[in-house]
Ligand binder design. Structure first.
Ligand code: SAM
Length: 275
């Protein structure tokens, strides 16, 4: 395995700092720095870019991002045991890595960055990954503070993110992502790439914000997707009964006999705008 920097191998870093993986923190560490570089490269050129990384852990992805020339990395890590390992990376790349100890779900990301452009790159902890993505997708102001998101999820979640109408994985996440971003599946990562190996395959997904999405209230879109997909096998006249039923569907000119999974993102926006 070729070295990407002059720092020690990740396996040594993990042993030396006693970073036994904690399941409760979704800790599955990537040890192959060529693979972490492949993830970082998916985000495109990084020179002059400030990267936000959630959950750097022992720093495998952080090192890849820095080695590819990112101007700055701001990394939010909840596990204080990782901080000494991350401090060694910070010493190796003076002035380019800022580590914040804290919970990403409570972090005001827009306020962290003073210079752009910003890209988000992360191997997300599975227990909070989807919630973080939804938070980044639904700010009031749009376009958002970031230029792109390159994120690793369980493959199942990745499929839901990129799903279109009539796809088995299409649901609330596919509608929200399809409304405000262009999302694509980049590549899969096998469980063996991690320590410890998770039970399922992971996928790297790349999302870029659409500058002018269909005008629609995020809260109303959430309401209609939650109702419609809450009973996804039922006809819409049944599943959206609690938010307006047949009258709502008539206003939006949508056949009440259709099912949620057949509606395009544009039709969901129309439904939300008729609420
Ligand atoms: N980036 C490293 C890698 O690729 O090897 C570690 C990825 S591991 C899947 C997820 C990381 O997120 C862990 O380091 C974990 O401690 C951290 N983490 C878990 N929950 C977090 C939260 N709410 N906020 C910030 N970091 C969190």
């Amino acid at each position: 395995m070729a070295a990407i920097d002059g720092l020690p191998p990740l396996r040594d870093v993990i042993t030396r700092h006693g970073l036994d993986a904690k399941k409760a923190l979704g800790q599955n560490f990537l040890l192959d720095l060529n693979l972490t570089q492949k993830i970082a490269r998916t985000a495109g050129p990084l020179e002059d870019v400030t990267v936000i990384e959630v959950g750097p852990g022992p720093g495998g992805l952080t090192r890849a991002i820095l080695s590819l020339g990112a101007k700055k990395v701001i990394a939010i890590e909840r596990d204080s045991r990782c901080l000494p390992a991350l401090a060694e990376i910070s010493d190796f790349y003076p002035g380019r890595l800022k580590v914040i100890e804290g919970d990403a779900l409570k972090t005001p990301f827009e306020d962290l960055v003073t210079e752009g452009p910003v890209k988000i790159i992360a191997n997300l902890p599975y227990n909070v990954g989807t919630q973080l993505l939804v938070n980044w997708l639904l700010p009031e102001a749009w376009p958002p503070f970031y230029q792109s998101m390159t994120l690793m999820f369980q493959r199942e979640v990745g499929l839901r993110i990129v799903a279109d109408a009539d796809d088995d994985h299409y649901g609330r996440l596919g509608v929200l992502c399809g409304w405000r971003t262009n999302a694509r599946m980049a590549f899969d990562v096998s469980p063996q790439a991690f320590s410890p190996p998770p039970k399922v395959t992971s996928s790297v997904v790349h999302l870029e914000p659409i500058e002018n999405p269909i005008p629609c209230s995020a809260a109303d879109l959430e309401k209609v997707t939650m109702a419609a997909f809450g009973q996804r096998r039922k006809m819409l006249r049944q599943s959206v009964k609690s938010i307006g039923g047949e009258a709502l569907l008539a206003r939006a000119e949508i056949d009440p006999k259709r099912r949620a999974e057949t509606l395009s993102v544009e039709e969901f926006c129309r439904l939300a705008n008729c609420l």
